[in-house]
Design a protein around this ligand. Structure first.
Ligand SMILES: [Fe+2]
Ligand SMILES: [Fe+2]
Length: 286
């Protein structure tokens, strides 16, 4: 007879995707170089960034064997992030047809994060993951609400929306692992917000640098009209992002303080995923 523990399943599924980006247009985001290259730059952080998250969480996973549900959810988190890495890498391979060499930015991200991993203790690597999972959760909510409508290619739109749904599904896993291991006291709070501040600065700098590199490679570094369009976009979005980024500094912050289930349900319909059961399962008939 199976034990109660063996019956547990993760709170969310791991979906295997296999997108084909070969027919992607050059400026798939709003027909704009500045917007397309901003999102491509962000995307080049994912393959190595999400592999780093997986290693950070996996390094501490043996210490949650006393919490079977969290252990299952960590397994599904690892599965989802591995798929995100793979699909975003495939997207970069296809983007190479426009001679932007996004894979070189992936490699750069890998060098930076592997360096960080060597000097940071396991707890800090987990905290970078916890902080950047919050950063991602904030960005993807806006992607699901409105930004996806700028995507001029259905496959690329589906990539971003599928990734957004899964980031929302697993947004609390790394945080819950941290809390399970280190508690909710002041000695857990202080490093949490310190590493978050560092992580936000790091990802903002890297994303800005990659954006500039891609604009230069594409010959649009001095395209003022396109930069203006990006400035308007960034201004509108950072007004929404900033208070949400700051919420992480609350002493009692938890990623599930914000319920995005209605937004996720709407987004699932946009990309044709079947409805979820209350147990977190979906049929494969999509
Ligand atoms: Fe991801
Ligand atoms: Fe994630």
């Amino acid at each position: 007879m199976p034990s109660a523990t063996s019956k547990l399943s993760p709170s969310f599924p791991v979906r295997r995707m296999d997108y084909d980006f070969e027919d992607m247009p050059k400026y798939w985001c709003d027909n704009e170089p500045s917007l397309t290259h901003y999102f491509t730059g962000l995307s080049t952080l994912f393959p190595e960034g999400e592999s780093y998250f997986v290693r950070a969480v996996r390094a501490l996973r043996p210490r949650v064997k006393d919490h079977p549900q969290l252990d299952r959810d960590i397994g599904a988190f690892i599965g989802q992030e591995a798929m995100h890495s793979r699909e975003h890498h495939q997207f970069h391979v296809s983007a190479q047809q426009y001679n932007l060499d996004p894979e070189s930015l992936e490699r750069m991200t890998g060098i930076i994060l592997k360096g960080l991993e060597r000097v940071f203790p396991k707890k800090w690597n987990l905290l970078v993951t916890v902080g950047l999972e919050h950063y991602t959760a904030v960005l993807v909510a806006t992607m699901m609400r409105s930004t996806y409508q700028l995507m001029r290619d259905d496959t690329i739109r589906d990539l971003w929306l599928w990734h957004s749904i899964e980031e929302t599904e697993h947004k609390a896993v790394a945080f819950d692992l941290y809390e399970h291991l280190y508690g909710r006291g002041l000695d857990a709070y202080v490093p949490r917000v310190m590493i978050y501040t560092f992580s936000l600065a790091m990802i903002t700098l890297m994303s800005a640098l990659y954006h500039l590199v891609l604009m230069k490679r594409d010959g649009h570094l001095f395209n003022i009209k396109s930069w203006r369009r990006f400035a308007t976009f960034a201004g509108e979005h950072y007004r929404i992002f900033t208070p949400k980024f700051l919420a992480y500094f609350r002493f009692n912050f938890h990623p599930n303080d914000v319920d995005e289930s209605a937004l996720v349900a709407k987004t699932r319909a946009v990309i044709g995923l079947p409805p979820m059961s209350p147990e977190g399962r979906e049929s494969s008939a999509a």
